[in-house]
Design a protein around this ligand. Sequence first.
Ligand code: TYD
Length: 206
Amino acid sequence: MNRFITFEGGEGCGKSTVLKAIKERLEAEGVSVVLTREPGGTPIAEQIRNVILDKGNTAMDARTEALLYAASRRQHLVEKIWPALKEGKTVLCDRYLDSSLAYQGGARGLGVDEVLSINLFATEGTYPDLTLLFDLEPEKGLARIAANQNREVNRLDLEKLDFHHQVRNNFLALAKRYPERYVIIDASKTLPEVIEEAYRAIKERE
Ligand code: TYD
C-alpha cells in the first residue's frame, strides 16, 4: 500500500482527533502509517509554521502568507512525505495543498488558480490520492475550539466568521472540482460516527 491521504476542513472540525484514531486502526491492521501535519512536519517547516501562525504577525501580506505555506509544504514533501511514500508507507496528512486553495486562494482572495500555480511549483504536481473533507458549519467548529482549552488559538482562528464561511464554501467547491479524490464527511456527527465514516471512505477507495 502506498497512499497519500489528506484531511481537510475548517477550524474545529475534529480532523486532527479523527486522524489519530484512523492511524491506530490502520496500524492495528499492520499498515505502516506516517502521521504528519501542515504547516510543519519537519524542523524547517515547523519554523516556517511559527512565523505564519504567530499572532503578532498582523502585518503579514496575503501573498507572503501563501508563499510561506507553499515553502513549508515543499520542505515537508522533500524531507518526509516523498521518502515515506517511496518506502511504501501510508501518509496521513493533517491539511495540505487544498488548505492553501481554500484559505489563501479563496478566503484571502488571491485566486484559487494563482495559489494552485505556486503550489504546483512547490509540490511538482504531487496531489493526494484521497482527500477527506470534514465539513462543518463554522459556528459549530468555532464553538468547539472555544470549549477546548487544550487547543491553542492561532492567527487564522481570529478571522471573522465570514472568513470561515468562505473557507467552508471553498472546500465544498474544491470537492466538486476534484471528485476523483474527494470524499465529504459530515463532521457534525458524533466522534465515533465521524471516525467510522472516515475509515470506511479510506477502505472503500483502496
Ligand atoms: P492548526 O493549528 O494546525 O489548525 P487546525 O487544527 O485547524 O488544522 O493551524 C493551521 C492553520 O493554518 C489553520 O487555520 C489553517 C491554516 N492553513 C492555511 O491557511 N493554509 C494552508 O495551506 C495550511 C496548510 C493551513
